[in-house]
Design a protein around this ligand. Structure first.
Ligand code: ADP
Ligand code: MG
Length: 370
């Protein structure tokens, strides 16, 4: 039976319990408890400085813990209480970082073979495993090239192949695609997912790019200032954000200051009045817990319809301030009282011009305390 720490149950994935990491006055990661399933693709998502890399480095074994412990595959790998830290090379995790961490003086083959040589595998084993990793990352035929002869995408493939060569149970990826151009980035996402399907490893993926996290992940942890804001599937965090921070971080968002009065929500009107028409017809959706007074309404730009000003439906009025074509999407900025609301419609929808008076029909609103 392997050591499972104080959790007391076997867990084949990666489990963090009460993990805290401080750098002087800064608490980089605060009391983080998290359970990542074996074979899962799990992302850490959040703004720069929120603690993603620190968490990943603790899992990798490059950082000790101020509090808490980490298990992987049911085995204790880090414990602050026991002062126990399995060294990184004994964790058998694959790792890929943002900077192309390849050795310029080694050939592609030797870059990938390096961790296998460290592990003192037989010559034929090294040859076979290296070739397999190169094949699976599209680098077959480039064995003898040197990194500076290759593109950024190919350099990152070397790093991926090197991580793959050790046949890891867990692959740790820290913003591995952020130095690549957007098209290549999307392509590599699919390649990483394909490799996972083929080899079945667990992925822990760090990114500040919500689209990347949504596209790749089974589940996402949204972090802010060393703390968890929400853990859920991409759909969960998109459709049911736990708070205004998560709403604002995932996808495009509008926040509209408003006020609940007589059972209806009214947008702020200049100069600070609240007597505009109700932001309906969704007033029936005012959550029971929200008291009359100021609230923040949150809405995606695609969940608002634009209507001509003479439309008979009861809806708040606005004025189109700016309009931009984004290919199939038309992006409007519409003044609603003192707030500018972003609205995205398809090009084939009715079109409105800058300066035109309109009505705004809200299809879905989320309500947060102001
Ligand atoms: N080696 C370090 N020494 C001091 N502070 C650090 C160190 N590494 C990270 N930090 C601080 O910890 C916080 C989290 O950093 P990091 O984990 O790198 O965030 P992220 O990867 O989400 O951008 C930041 O405030 C950062 O400045
Ligand atoms: Mg980072």
């Amino acid at each position: 039976m392997s050591d499972t720490g104080h959790l007391g149950v076997e867990h084949s994935g990666v489990v963090l319990s009460g993990v805290t990491k401080r750098y002087g006055q800064v608490t980089a990661v605060s009391d983080l408890t998290l359970s990542i399933g074996a074979g899962e693709c799990f992302s850490f998502l959040g703004p720069s400085g929120c603690g993603k890399t620190t968490t990943l480095r603790m899992i990798a074994g490059f950082e000790d813990l101020d509090e808490g412990e980490i298990t992987a595959g049911g085995r204790l790998i880090s414990s602050s209480a026991k002062k126990f830290y399995l060294p990184p090379e004994k964790r058998d995790f694959g790792m890929v970082f943002q900077a192309f961490a390849v050795w310029p003086h080694l050939s592609v083959f030797e870059n990938v073979a390096f961790p296998l040589r460290l592990r003192k595998l037989s010559r034929s084993d090294i040859e076979a495993k290296t070739r397999e990793a190169l094949t699976h990352t599209g680098l077959a035929g480039q064995e003898r090239a040197f990194p500076n002869e290759l593109s950024g995408g190919e350099k990152q493939r070397i790093a991926l192949a090197r991580a793959l060569a050790v046949n890891p149970q867990v692959m740790l990826l820290d913003e591995p695609l952020s130095n690549l151009d957007p098209k290549l980035r999307e392509e590599m996402r699919f390649e990483i997912k394909d490799l996972q399907r083929r080899f079945g490893f667990t992925i822990i993926y760090v990114t500040h790019d919500q689209a990347e996290a949504m596209a790749l992940s089974d589940r996402i942890m949204v972090m802010d200032q060393g703390r968890v804001r929400q853990v859920g599937t991409p759909l969960d965090v998109y459709n049911s954000p736990a708070d205004a921070f998560v709403f604002g971080f995932i996808g495009l968002s509008n926040f509209i200051p408003a006020r609940i009065e007589n059972g209806a929500a009214h947008a702020a009107l200049p100069p600070g009045g609240w007597d505009g028409p109700a932001i309906g017809p969704l007033t029936r959706d005012i959550p029971a817990g929200l008291a009359p007074g100021p609230v923040t309404l949150a809405c995606r730009p695609t969940e608002i319809d634009l209507l001509p000003a003479d439309d008979p439906r009861e809806a708040p009025r606005g004025v189109v301030r700016r309009k931009a074509f984004l290919g199939e999407i038309v992006d409007y900025r519409v003044a609603l009282g003192s707030t500018e609301v972003r609205i995205q419609r398809f090009r084939r929808d009715p079109s409105f011009e800058t300066g035109q008076a309109v009505k705004l029909l809200f299809h879905r609103l989320l309500w947060y305390p102001a």
